[in-house]
Write a protein that binds this ligand. Structure first.
Ligand code: ZN
Length: 503
């Protein structure tokens, strides 16, 4: 055991404890906290963020990290300790360059901005949110300027924080390939779309029955209720304290069968990732999922690749029909499979089907690039947003509520985050292409035994926490780094077959 690392440990433990407290406040704000709490709670959270900053950014930690990074000291470290030092160095470099008072002010702004955005969205009033968004963009650009590496754009810096090493030069061709494949495929799909009737989805599904079925689905895919809980929030999400406390939320609509079912499978995929992190890593700086993109690959693997497949529903469709005998009386399994995969271009990202989804992300990627490079201003957003939706998806949002105000991300200061959704889809397809060689996926699904699939993902991804980045995991698992061709191949094959399109 390295004596220096032992001296670093109390600082790590303190940082971890404060982070856990902040996570719990976030969870509480989204699930149970009363509406009037936010402004005062924002002060508490601002203070805690300041404490986190001081626990992590100080002379002792800086000295210890510098000493631990020398070749002689590195040799004394275990692999986990090396990964922790590497991660801390990265975080340290970023935080150290941002003045403490600016960091704390930004955190406070974010807690308030969530409410301002929510109200502006409710009232369909972009101008009520624009000044706050302007402030957030200014902060993020300034922070990116502080931490920018040579040769990187400001937006590259933001992208790199979300997905290490994935920059504009990687994402431009990535989205170009998606656009070239998906836009014409969608056109062919739309010509055949009136044959699919999914009106069953909007019949009346009592919420208490939905809740019971969703709990069953979570358990079915392997969510461990001894190590996890479920609650309700405006938008479903997953959070965790460590690998034995993983929390997911859901949102129920009486007249929408699919929404909550696929949300619980999606969040369940995120949760399985966090529950699968090795015990020796959890509660350390490398104890969580490695990136947003890899996290989304797990949630989308479960939601789309498994959850929307025929094989997945083979052992389950009977139970679904028993659960809703009247609502689904005239629906056959094949109608249901077509229904849950129906492609319908619409204005709302979170309601998008698997085929149009990446186009929603492309709109946001292009807009963020323009905004962060200063080519457009916050006030231009509603118009550009609507133009791009028309261009790629052929739809024009009725108003800003279903247009530029729809997503929470920018109010939370997240720029460079959206691409991780598309990256996640692509990673999921790449994993799927290789998993077949080792696991009989269809057989597992058809017999209702998902354990081998979960174990395979745990062995190759979950257990590592964030000791490896996305491309390191992919190379270890599939022999190559991120390759969007698998995703395009998957979408093309799936939709060509579902819609009987001649190739
Ligand atoms: Zn997700």
């Amino acid at each position: 055991m390295s004596e220096l690392f032992e001296r670093l440990q109390p600082y790590l433990d303190r940082g971890m404890a404060i982070k856990a407290a902040l996570t719990l406040f976030d969870w509480d704000n989204e699930t149970l906290a009363p509406a009037c709490a936010s402004e005062k709670t924002a002060k508490i959270m601002g203070n805690l963020s300041g404490e986190y900053y001081r626990a992590t950014i100080n002379d002792e930690v800086r000295d210890l990290l510098a000493q631990l990074s020398t070749p002689e000291e590195k040799e004394k470290l275990s692999d986990t300790e090396k990964a922790i030092v590497k991660k801390m160095n990265k975080e340290y470099e970023q935080l150290e360059k941002i003045p403490a008072n600016e960091y704390q002010a930004f955190r406070e702004l974010l807690t308030k901005s969530a409410q301002i955005w929510a109200k502006a969205k409710e009232n369909n009033d972009f101008s009520a949110f624009a000044p706050t968004l302007n402030e957030i963009v200014d902060y993020q650009k300034r922070f990116a300027e502080y931490t920018k590496k040579p040769g990187m754009s400001l937006y590259d810096t933001m992208l790199d924080q979300n997905e290490e090493g994935i920059l504009e030069k990687d994402l431009d061709p990535f989205f170009e390939k998606i656009r070239t494949a998906v836009v014409p495929l969608l056109k062919k799909v739309m010509e055949r779309n009136d044959k699919i009737d999914k009106s069953y989805n909007n019949r009346c599904y009592p919420i208490d029955v939905q809740k019971k079925f969703c709990r069953f689905l979570a358990e079915y895919i392997g969510f461990d209720f001894e190590k996890g809980v479920m609650a309700e929030s405006a938008h479903p999400f997953t959070t965790n304290m460590h690998n034995s406390d993983v929390r997911i939320t859901n949102h129920f609509y009486e007249k929408n069968l699919e929404s909550a079912m696929f949300s619980v499978i999606h969040e369940g995929g995120h949760a399985l990732y966090e529950m699968g992190v090795a015990d020796e890593l959890t509660l350390t700086a490398v104890g969580g999922g490695t990136s947003m993109g890899v996290h989304e690959s797990q949630s989308r693997f479960y939601e789309n690749i498994l959850g929307r497949s025929e094989a997945f529903w083979k052992p389950l469709f009977g139970k679904l029909k028993e659960t809703y005998p009247e609502q689904l009386a005239d629906v056959e399994q094949n109608d249901f499979i077509l229904g849950i995969n129906k492609a319908e271009p619409g204005p709302i990202r979170t309601e998008a089907d698997e085929l149009t989804y990446p186009l929603h992300i492309m709109v946001r990627y292009e807009i963020e690039k323009l905004l962060i490079s200063g080519k457009i201003k916050v006030d231009d957003l509603p118009q550009i947003w609507n133009e791009k939706y028309k261009e790629y998806l052929g739809v024009t949002p009725k108003n800003d509520k279903e247009g530029v105000l729809q997503d929470v991300h920018w109010s939370g200061g997240s720029f460079g985050y959206f691409p991780s959704y598309a990256i996640g889809n692509a990673v999921a397809a790449q994993i799927y292409a290789f998993m077949h060689k080792k696991v009989k996926v269809a057989e597992c699904l058809e017999t209702g035994n998902l354990e081998p699939i979960r174990k395979y993902l745990c062995k190759h991804i979950h257990q590592y926490g964030s000791t490896k980045n996305m491309n390191e995991l992919l190379i270890g698992m599939t022999g190559e780094s991120l390759n969007v061709d698998y995703y395009i191949d998957y979408l093309t094959k799936k939709y060509t077959k579902l819609y009987h399109i001649e190739e």
